[in-house]
Design a protein around this ligand. Structure first.
Ligand SMILES: NC(=O)CC[C@H](N)C(=O)O
Length: 215
């Protein structure tokens, strides 16, 4: 597969209403799973919107207590160094290890996936190489087959995306682009190097919400 020409893409978040408004307008359905979105930095509003379109209630997670009672957690993309500093500042490392280690469903995208690798929270037995697609092709889009996802290829937006390397055998590879691993599953964690929240195709979020509902 050859990659389309690089295209810088602005974060579309500026066009969305303030986060607090979106979180308050979460589905009123009490049976809907309650899914947290780590909200220290990055593409938070877009994940909240995709989760709510998929029938979930959402909660922004900025401090450890906000992990209590969640049915699942999304770790969004953004800037992993900034998020790591926020995790340290808020004392979130151990609570996140506890939450993910408990086997609760987790969806991690881009910088969120980096946070889980051996060099960060060490919750996935793999390494992420940051900005791995090189300086020239920092952002691109591709249609990817995701194993286990029905309905045909998914449009995937890569923004200074990482690649997964040295994954243990226990890690299932669910998506690749030009032989680079960009989708993984390990236990209840699914991770993607791209941004499924930016396309309006909510199939990954819908499948994740269904997984949280069953858990
Ligand atoms: N879109 C993204 O999340 C990019 C991740 C970013 N390059 C990092 O290393 O943190």
């Amino acid at each position: 597969m050859s990659l389309p020409a690089p295209a810088e893409r602005a974060w579309p978040g500026a066009a969305l209403p303030p986060l607090a408004t979106r979180a308050r307008s979460a589905a009123e359905d009490e049976d809907a799973p309650l899914i947290g979105v780590l909200a220290l930095q990055g593409g938070v509003a877009e994940h909240v919107a995709a989760l709510e379109r998929s029938g979930a209630r959402t909660r922004l997670v900025k401090v450890p207590e906000q992990l209590d009672g969640l049915d699942g957690l999304v770790l969004p993309g953004g800037e992993s160094t900034t998020m790591t500093l926020g995790i340290e500042r808020e004392g979130l490392a151990e609570p996140l290890r506890g939450f993910v280690g408990s086997g609760a469903p987790v969806l991690a995208t881009c910088a969120g996936l980096i946070l889980l690798d051996r060099a960060h929270l060490d919750l996935l037995p793999l390494d992420c190489v940051r900005n791995a697609f090189g300086r020239q092709v920092r952002s691109f889009e591709a249609d990817l087959e995701i194993s286990g996802l029905e309905g045909g290829p998914l449009r995937a937006i890569f923004i200074r995306a990482p690649q997964v390397r040295h994954a243990d055998d226990a890690v299932t590879v669910t998506a690749t682009v030009d032989d680079a691993v960009v989708g993984v599953r390990h236990g209840a964690v699914e991770g993607y190097a791209f941004h499924p929240e930016l396309t309006g195709d909510d199939r990954l979020h819908a499948a994740f919400v269904a997984r949280c509902r069953r858990a």
